[in-house]
Design a protein around this ligand. Structure first.
Ligand code: 2PG
Ligand code: MG
Length: 416
C-alpha cells in the first residue's frame, strides 16, 4: 500500500445549500481520491455525530469548518507518512483517534470523508474503478434495483403530509437503461396528473419528488397507483410501490400523529398492514418509530414484503443484531454516514445479508454531485439502491453512474 502524503479538505455546499465536507487523500506516488459526504434531515437519534460549527451568524450554525480543520490538522498529522494494509486498518485508526462512541470529537462527517477519500485513492492507485475496489474478491453479479421517489412529504417537503416518501420500483426490467426509462415515464405522468388535480405549478421536495398538498397518506399512495396505470403499466406487476413512512418523525409519547389520526403502536401496525393489503406496496421503511421495538416485531410477524429499518437500525451493527434477535425487521437501509466509516458500514451490510435480509443502499436528503454511492451499491452487491427522485443533478449523478457501470460491465439489474 502506498504512503499517505496528505489529507486535505474543503467545506462545500450540498443540494439544500447547507455546508458539507469534501476530502482529498493523496498518496506519495501521486494517486489521489476526492469525495464529498451527504447529510440527512430525517435523522435517527442513534446516528453518528455530524460535526457542525454552531455559529448562528454563519450558515445558521451549520458550517463545517471545524470538521474540515480536523481533517487538515489532527487527522492529517496522524496519517501523514503512514501506510495502511487495507481499508479496515485505516478506519480503525480513525475510530481510535476520535475515541468517542458516536464520532462526536472529530465528527462523523470528517471521518467518513477520509474513509471514502482513502478508498477512492486506493482505487486510483490500483487503476481499477471504484466499484471493483469496493468488491474486493467478491464476484460482481448484479446491479441494484432502484427504488425511486415519486411523491414526498414529511421533513423533506415542509411536513404537508406525515409520511415521507412514496417511491416506485419497476419489477421486471433487467437493464438499468429500461428501469430508468420506465421510471421517467411514470414520473412525467404523475407530474401531469398532479398538475391537473391540484392546478398549480409543480413543487418539488428536497429529493426532487413531487409534493402537492395531498389530503392524507392514502391519497398520496393512490395517486402513485393512478400514475402507474395512466402510464400504461400494471401496478404490482410492472411497477410496485415502496414507502418510507419515517414514522419516528410523527411519533411522540406512544402515539403516531398520522394526519388527523392519533394512533397507538398497535393501531399504527394495523394501518400499515391494511396498506399492504390494499395497495401494491412491496416494502415499508420505518413504518414504526425508531425505539418502538415491540410494534416493529409485531408488524414484521404479519407483514408481507420488506420491513425495512432506517432510523431503527442507523446502519449500526449493534442495533442490527438486536433487530435480528427480536425479528423486528427483514431488511437494512444502509447509509454509510449513519455509522461513519466504510468498514463499519460493511460489517452492517454483511450482518444483514448473513441473516437473510435484503439490503438497500441509500443516499441522504442532502446530497452532493458525487457519485460514489453507485459504485458502493454495485461493489457490495446489494439488492436495491435508493437515491431520491429521477430529477436534480445530485440524484442523477448516481443514476448516470449506474448507467456507466452497466455499459462497462454488462451486469443485469438484480431480479426481484
Ligand atoms: C431517509 C433519507 C433518504 P434523510 O429517510 O431514508 O430519503 O432521508 O437523508 O433525510 O434521513
Ligand atoms: Mg428513511
Amino acid at each position: 500500500m502506498p504512503i499517505i502524503e496528505r489529507l486535505d479538505a474543503l467545506e462545500i455546499l450540498d443540494s439544500r445549500g447547507r455546508p458539507t465536507v469534501q476530502a482529498t487523500c493523496t498518496f506519495a506516488n501521486g494517486a489521489s481520491g476526492t469525495v464529498s459526504v451527504p447529510s440527512g434531515a430525517s435523522t435517527g437519534t442513534a446516528e453518528a455525530h455530524e460535526l457542525r460549527d454552531g455559529d448562528p451568524k454563519r450558515y445558521r450554525g451549520l458550517g463545517c469548518r471545524k470538521a474540515v480543520d480536523n481533517i487538515r490538522g489532527e487527522i492529517n498529522q496522524a496519517f501523514h507518512g503512514r501506510t495502511f494494509a487495507d481499508q479496515a486498518e485505516l478506519d480503525h485508526v480513525l475510530i481510535e483517534l476520535d475515541d468517542t462512541a458516536n464520532k462526536s470529537r472529530l465528527g462523523a462527517n470528517a471521518i467518513l470523508a477520509v474513509s471514502l477519500a482513502f478508498a477512492q485513492a486506493c482505487a486510483a492507485n490500483q487503476a481499477v474503478p471504484l466499484y471493483k475496489y469496493f468488491a474486493g474478491n467478491q464476484k460482481l453479479t448484479t446491479l441494484p434495483r432502484p427504488m425511486i421517489n415519486l411523491f414526498s412529504g414529511g421533513k423533506h417537503a415542509g411536513g404537508q403530509i406525515a409520511i415521507q416518501d412514496v417511491q416506485i420500483m419497476p419489477l421486471r426490467t433487467r437493464t438499468m437503461d429500461d428501469t430508468l426509462a420506465m421510471t421517467v415515464e411514470v414520473f412525467q405522468t404523475a407530474a401531469e396528473l398532479v398538475y391537473k388535480k391540484y392546478g398549480m405549478r409543480l413543487l418539488t421536495a428536497d429529493e426532487g419528488g413531487l409534493a402537492p398538498a395531498f389530503a392524507d397518506s392514502e391519497s398520496m399512495i393512490e395517486a402513485a397507483v393512478e400514475a402507474i396505470e395512466a402510464a400504461g403499466l400494471k401496478p404490482g406487476v410492472d411497477v410496485a410501490l415502496t414507502v418510507d413512512v419515517a414514522a419516528s418523525h410523527f411519533y411522540d409519547a406512544g402515539f403516531y400523529q398520522l394526519g388527523n389520526e392519533r394512533l397507538d403502536g398497535s393501531a399504527m401496525a394495523e394501518k400499515l398492514l391494511s396498506w399492504l393489503e390494499q395497495y401494491p406496496i412491496t416494502s415499508i421503511e420505518d413504518g414504526l418509530a425508531e425505539d418502538d421495538w415491540d410494534h416493529w416485531a409485531a408488524f414484521r410477524r404479519s407483514a408481507k414484503g420488506l420491513v425495512l429499518g432506517d432510523d431503527l437500525l442507523c446502519t449500526n451493527p449493534t442495533r442490527i443484531q438486536k433487530a435480528i434477535n427480536q425479528s423486528a425487521a427483514n431488511a437494512l437501509l444502509l447509509k454509510v454516514n449513519q455509522i461513519g466509516t466504510l468498514t463499519e458500514a460493511r460489517e452492517a451490510c454483511d450482518l444483514a445479508k448473513a441473516a437473510g435480509w435484503r439490503v438497500v443502499v441509500s443516499a441522504r436528503s442532502g446530497e452532493t454531485e458525487d457519485n460514489w454511492l453507485a459504485d458502493l451499491a454495485t461493489g457490495w452487491v446489494v439488492d436495491h439502491i435508493k437515491v431520491g427522485s429521477i430529477t436534480q443533478s445530485e440524484r442523477l449523478a448516481k443514476y448516470n453512474r449506474l448507467l456507466a457501470i452497466e455499459a462497462e460491465t454488462g451486469l443485469p439489474v438484480i431480479e426481484y
